[in-house]
Design a protein around this ligand. Structure first.
Ligand code: UT7
Length: 330
């Protein structure tokens, strides 16, 4: 009988740009204040990729280089690169395609996957499936977004939330029961009305009118999204624990999407987890969309122990949401 192959995470990489957009700086741009931002979201500053001629692939490349260095392998060893993003460099070619070229990943194929804030979870499950099939040995899964490229910096309801950043994991086959063990992924296109970008796609191609009307920015009905996010993220995380027979004591870490500290607190509470088991870096990076979860793993990697059970959980535009159970492999 052949052994079951699971996809183990064998290295984590991350990259955030240097420029810090602080709450104090935002106060000078829109009618807001530090206290409102901190208490409503938990955010203190975000990183922004500045300069002309740079896109999401410029977050992906240093992030993957960091990952490869940690694992001590070259780019030519990558079999496949999946980039979860809703801010690709271009509609086509894909950001993964451009990043492979810049990295020198000559033997890799790759593609972008759009699931907004759940992009990393969707990409992780997809990448894990490639490993589990036995056909691929090294799959890199990235979550990366240059949110500053679609944020309206005159809209106080959205500009305080988002930042730029990228995180990545390397998946390799394991037969010891480590890695991605289970995932529950959901989507509901009815949520589109509450969170979307109005123009630029085939439904409403770019025109002078769409630019004038600011339709190439994030449109979000914050309160409605908040309501669905709290329920969606908490329910799916709890369901994942139930179906794997896990109690709060069995879970070492919750790795939540960093959209709003209040959503994270509600999810942890539903799972019965104490605050010290919850990864939280929203105060430093804001919401980097597909980047948040791998950036948490990047920040906390020194604290993780072999055999730790991690629950990764996200909710975002689409709506898309889900939770993934991981057993840490090193
Ligand atoms: O990651 C993808 C999924 N997205 C999310 O999960 C985001 C979910 N939503 C949220 O996190 C929250 O809804 C926000 C942080 C976006 C907004 O917080 P809220 O507590 O829902 O605020 P609100 O929209 O209900 O606004 C409350 C008040 C309003 O004023 P009035 O009408 O009560 O006078 C807003 O105009 O706060 C006002 N407001 C602000 N005040 C100061 C909105 N934005 C700001 C601001 N500074 N930046």
């Amino acid at each position: 009988m052949s052994e079951k192959i699971t996809a183990a995470i064998t290295a984590v990489g991350g990259f955030v740009p240097e420029y810090r957009l602080t709450n104090a700086a935002l106060v000078k741009m829109v009618d807001t204040n530090d206290e409102w931002i901190r208490t409503r979201t938990g955010i203190e500053e975000r990183r922004i990729l500045t300069g002309q001629g740079v896109g999401t692939s410029d977050l992906v490349v240093p992030c993957v280089q960091n990952l490869l260095e940690k694992r001590g392998i070259g780019a030519e060893e990558i079999d496949c690169l999946i980039v979860g993003t809703v801010t690709p460099d271009m509609f086509f070619p894909s950001t993964a395609n451009l990043a492979c070229h810049k990295l020198g990943a000559k033997n890799a194929w790759g593609f972008d996957l759009a699931a907004a804030c759940s992009g990393f979870l969707y990409a992780l499950t997809t990448g894990a499936t490639l490993i589990e099939s036995g056909r691929y040995k090294k799959v890199v899964v990235v979550g990366a977004d240059k949110m500053s490229s679609i944020v309206d910096y005159s809209d106080r309801a959205t500009c305080i939330i988002f930042g730029d950043g990228a995180g990545a994991v390397l998946l390799e086959p394991d037969t010891g029961g480590y890695g991605v063990l289970d995932s529950i992924l959901r989507s509901d296109g009815a949520g589109c009305q509450h969170l979307h970008m109005k123009a630029g796609g085939s439904l409403k191609p770019p025109s002078i009118e769409t630019v004038t009307n600011k339709e190439h920015y994030i449109y979000q009905e914050g309160q409605a999204v908040f309501k669905y996010a709290v329920k969606g993220m908490a329910d799916v995380s709890y369901e994942l624990m139930q179906r794997n027979g896990l109690t709060a004591d069995d879970v070492a870490w919750l790795v939540p999407h960093q959209a709003n500290k209040r959503i994270i607190d509600a999810t942890a509470e539903r799972m019965g987890l104490s605050r010290d088991k919850v990864m939280l870096n929203i105060q430093r990076y804001g919401n980097t969309t597909a980047g948040t979860i791998p950036l948490c793993l990047w920040d906390w990697q020194e604290n993780l122990k072999k055999g730790d059970n991690l629950v990764l959980s996200a909710f975002g535009g689409g709506f898309t949401w889900g939770a993934t159970l991981l057993k840490w492999a090193y």
